[in-house]
Design a protein around this ligand. Structure first.
Ligand SMILES: [Zn+2]
Length: 269
């Protein structure tokens, strides 16, 4: 059976509180040998570490999500360093920039609040890349409607830390920009959606060795589970679609994506 990793899952979410051992068992049965549970705040990151301590196949990424930026401490670094030391912490994130829902969309907020929100996102993004560089780790990047600023913030860190632009859904042109700064992309179950021609175009152009697979569960379950709760086992369905697009065998895709993930996440055993 071809083996794959789920490089982006949110196993600490309440969605899995009732049946996580079964979820892990189903992943194993489907050939998903390693799962990275991604933190979205310090508490969420601590929960991801606890899961990694409990289940051999789970690893953790620790970080603070951009849409939660206003709740973050002004200096995230001291607490993040404590977490990053853990032997099963394989990356920093998810971090990045997200301007999709700005505060001023609500009547009680103004354009000043938008400036403050973007500033705080930028600050904690920079802090997370600094900690990643200190620990020799790479970053899990969340980017939405903030392309130019995200690339601009990452450029000073070239050679010190790299990113994986998770849930990649941008143009082929932008994917090339990601590769130019030494970063990677990863693809979710969206690749199986009928209307996701742009994502399939990116997959077709992404060389083996420069992309990974992920579920972003509990979101984005692939066809035929679309709309249901997603889980790491569904990387199998994602891999089958991606192999068809790449005109390669699932075995070749398995070898390439696992090698890429082990290089990108050096602490992944
Ligand atoms: Zn995520």
């Amino acid at each position: 059976m071809a083996v794959f990793f789920d490089t982006h899952a949110h196993l600490d979410y309440p969605d899995y509180a009732a049946d996580l051992p079964e979820i892990i068992a189903r992943a194993k049965a489907a050939g998903i040998s390693q799962i990275i549970s991604i933190g979205t705040s310090l508490e969420s990151s601590e929960r991801a570490i606890r899961l990694a301590e409990k289940f051999p196949s789970i690893y953790a990424a620790v970080g603070w999500h951009p849409t939660e930026a206003l709740a973050a401490p002004d200096d995230l670094r001291p607490a993040l360093r404590e977490l990053a030391r853990h032997p099963k912490v394989v990356a920093i994130g998810e971090t990045g920039l997200d301007y999709h829902h700005l505060p001023s969309a609500k009547p009680e907020f103004t354009a000043d609040d938008d400036v403050r929100y973007k500033q705080k996102q930028a600050n904690i993004f920079r802090q997370q890349m600094e900690v990643a560089a200190e620990f020799g780790l790479n970053c899990v990047i969340h980017q939405r409607t903030a392309w130019e600023d995200t690339i601009a913030q990452m450029k000073p860190f070239i050679g010190r830390t790299r990113g994986v632009f998770h849930c990649f859904g941008e143009t082929v042109e932008r994917m090339r920009q990601v590769f130019e700064i030494g970063s990677l992309v990863s693809f979710t179950g969206i690749v199986t959606f009928k209307n996701a021609q742009n994502v399939r175009a990116a997959v077709a152009e992404a060389p083996l060795g420069q992309f990974m697979l992920e579920t972003d569960c509990p979101y984005l379950a692939p066809v035929p589970y679309r709309g249901k709760r997603c889980e790491p086992a569904y990387v199998k369905e994602i891999s089958e679609t991606v192999a068809q697009i790449k005109l390669c065998s699932v075995e070749d895709l398995s070898a390439a994506t696992c090698k890429t993930a082990k290089e990108f996440f050096p602490k992944l055993a």
